[in-house]
Design a protein around this ligand. Structure first.
Ligand SMILES: [Zn+2]
Length: 450
C-alpha cells in the first residue's frame, strides 16, 4: 500500500491520506444540479474521483465514493417554470439523463448517489441543531447561517470576510442579520411547486446544507476526501465546511481536493457563459476511450483546454495503446519492466499525477516494443485498469463483412486517386460505426465510440 498524498485546498499543502479506521476512505464529490443535460466540463470531476477511487482500491484501500444529486435547487425551479413543467418532473428526467450520460463513461457508478429529496429529514435535523447552537436563526420562515458566529469561517477559501459575496443577491437581504449570512432554508413561495414541512415552516433547503447533510449521512465526519470543481470552493464548500463544523464541532473533511475547469478558449466551460458541449454529444463524436484519455493527459488541478487538437492527440495515443496491445501476449510481464509500472503508480500516489503516470506507461510500452519476443501484458493491463481503460487490450470484434467490403472499395478508390469517392466511403463507414485508419501496415478498421 503506497502512501498517498493529495493537495489540500484548506492548508494549501500536500497532505498524506490517513483513513479514520483501517483502510476505508470516504470520498464525497459534489455532483450535478439536475436542471439540464450535463456538459463535458461537468464530467471532469466524475472522471477524476471515479479514477481516484479505482487507484485507491488498487493500493489496498477501501474507497467509498459518494456523488450526490442536487434535485432541490433554484436553478431547477427557474428552468421548469418557463418550460411550463413541474420542477420535480424536470429534476427526475434530468437525473435519468445524467445517469445515462455518465454510464457511457464506462467507469461504473459511485457507491452512493444520494438525492436531496430523499434526505430532507436529515437536512431539517441538521438545521435544527444549528439553530439550537446559536449558529443559525429563523426569519419569517427562512433560516440563515450566522457566519460571524464561527471564527474559522473563510479558512478553506482563504478569503477575507469583507470580500465574500454569498451570491444570493437581494433575496432575503432584508431578513439577514448580516449580509454575509447565507440561507439554510427558504420559506415556501407561491411560484415554487414543491415544498417540505419543517418546525419553522414549510419550504425547502438551500444548496449548501443539502451537501453537509448528505455527506454526514453517507460517510460521517470528518470524511477523508471532499472533492469538486474549484469553482465550488466559495461559497459552496466554505459553507458546507462551516455548517458541519458549527453543528458537530468536527471538521467535515480531512482533505479538500479540487479539480480545475475545462476551458473553451480563454473561459471556463459553463452554462452561464454559453460555451458548453454536451457530454452525450462529445461521446457520440469521439467515444469514451478518447475522452477519458484526454482528461488523463491533464493534471486534475490544472485547467484543461478542450480543443479538437487535444482530442485528436488523445485519439492517436489510444490507438497506439491498442496497437501495442496487439503485439503483447496474455500473462506476466518481465521484471525488467517493473520500474516503469512502479513509476506509474508512484505518480498517481503523488497528488494523482496522471500525465506523469501516462509518461511512465509510454516508457513501459517503448521498452516492451524493443523486446525480441512477445512480452506479457500484465503490467499494462494493471496500469490501464485504474483508469478504466483495460478494454484497450481486448481484441476488438472483427468488422462485419459488408464493412470490410466498404473499406476495400475505399482502398481501391484511393489507389486510383478518386479521393471524392474515398471520402464518401469513409463517411459511410463512420455512419456504420467504423473508423478507417491508414497506417504503415495498410488500412485498419477501428470501432468508433464506447
Ligand atoms: Zn456540494
Amino acid at each position: 500500500m503506497r502512501t498517498v498524498r493529495l493537495h489540500d485546498t484548506r492548508s494549501g499543502e500536500l497532505k498524506e491520506l490517513r483513513p479514520r479506521d483501517g483502510r476505508k476512505v470516504g470520498i464525497y464529490a459534489c455532483g450535478p444540479t439536475v436542471y439540464g443535460r450535463i456538459h463535458v466540463g461537468n464530467a471532469r470531476p466524475f472522471v477524476v474521483f471515479s479514477q481516484l477511487a479505482r487507484f485507491l482500491a488498487h493500493e489496498g484501500y477501501e474507497p467509498v465514493l459518494v456523488a450526490n444529486i442536487t434535485d432541490i435547487n433554484d436553478k431547477i425551479y427557474d428552468a421548469a417554470r418557463p418550460a411550463g413543467r413541474r420542477s420535480d418532473e424536470l429534476a427526475a428526467e434530468m437525473t435519468e439523463a445524467y445517469i445515462a450520460d455518465t454510464d457511457r463513461l464506462g467507469l461504473g457508478r459511485p457507491d452512493h448517489e444520494p438525492k436531496a429529496t430523499a434526505m430532507v429529514d436529515e437536512i431539517v435535523a441538521l438545521i435544527g441543531d444549528l439553530i439550537e447552537g446559536g449558529h443559525a436563526y429563523v426569519a419569517e420562515g427562512d433560516v440563515y447561517f450566522r457566519v460571524r458566529s464561527l471564527p474559522e469561517y473563510g479558512a478553506l477559501s482563504h478569503r477575507d470576510v469583507d470580500q465574500m459575496d454569498q451570491g444570493e443577491g437581494v433575496e432575503g437581504a432584508a431578513l439577514k442579520e448580516d449580509p454575509l449570512d447565507f440561507a439554510l432554508w427558504k420559506a415556501r413561495k407561491e411560484m415554487e411547486d414543491t415544498w417540505w414541512p419543517a418546525p419553522w415552516g414549510d419550504g425547502r433547503p438551500g444548496w449548501h446544507i443539502e451537501c453537509s447533510a448528505m455527506a454526514e449521512a453517507t460517510l460521517g465526519a470528518p470524511l477523508e476526501i471532499h472533492g469538486g470543481g474549484n469553482d465550488l470552493i466559495f461559497p459552496h464548500h466554505e459553507n458546507e465546511a462551516a455548517q458541519t463544523l458549527a453543528a458537530r464541532g468536527r471538521p467535515l473533511a480531512q482533505i479538500w481536493m479540487h479539480n480545475g475547469m475545462l476551458q473553451m478558449g480563454e473561459e471556463k466551460m459553463a452554462k452561464s457563459v454559453g460555451n458548453i458541449r454536451g457530454l452525450a454529444e462529445v461521446l457520440d463524436d469521439v467515444g469514451r476511450d478518447t475522452l477519458l484519455w484526454f482528461f488523463c493527459e491533464g493534471h486534475y488541478r490544472q485547467p484543461l483546454a478542450f480543443t479538437d487538437e487535444r482530442l485528436e492527440q488523445a485519439r492517436g495515443r489510444v490507438q497506439r495503446i491498442r496497437d501495442a496491445g496487439r503485439r503483447l501476449e496474455p500473462g506476466a510481464s518481465p521484471e525488467e519492466l517493473a520500474p516503469h509500472r512502479d513509476a506509474y503508480f508512484d505518480a498517481l500516489a503523488d497528488d494523482f499525477n496522471t500525465p506523469r503516470a501516462l509518461a511512465a506507461m509510454a516508457d513501459w510500452i517503448r521498452e516492451a516494443n524493443r523486446a525480441d519476443a512477445p512480452v506479457g501484458d500484465a503490467h499494462l493491463r494493471e496500469m490501464l485498469g485504474v483508469l478504466g481503460l483495460e478494454n484497450l487490450l481486448e481484441a476488438g470484434e472483427g468488422a462485419p463483412a459488408e464493412v470490410v467490403e466498404l473499406a476495400e472499395r475505399r482502398a481501391s478508390a484511393r489507389a486510383s486517386r478518386d479521393f471524392a469517392e474515398a471520402d464518401r466511403l469513409r463517411a459511410e463507414l463512420r455512419a456504420r460505426g467504423w473508423e478507417v485508419r491508414d497506417g504503415a501496415m495498410g488500412q485498419e478498421l477501428v470501432p468508433i465510440g464506447p
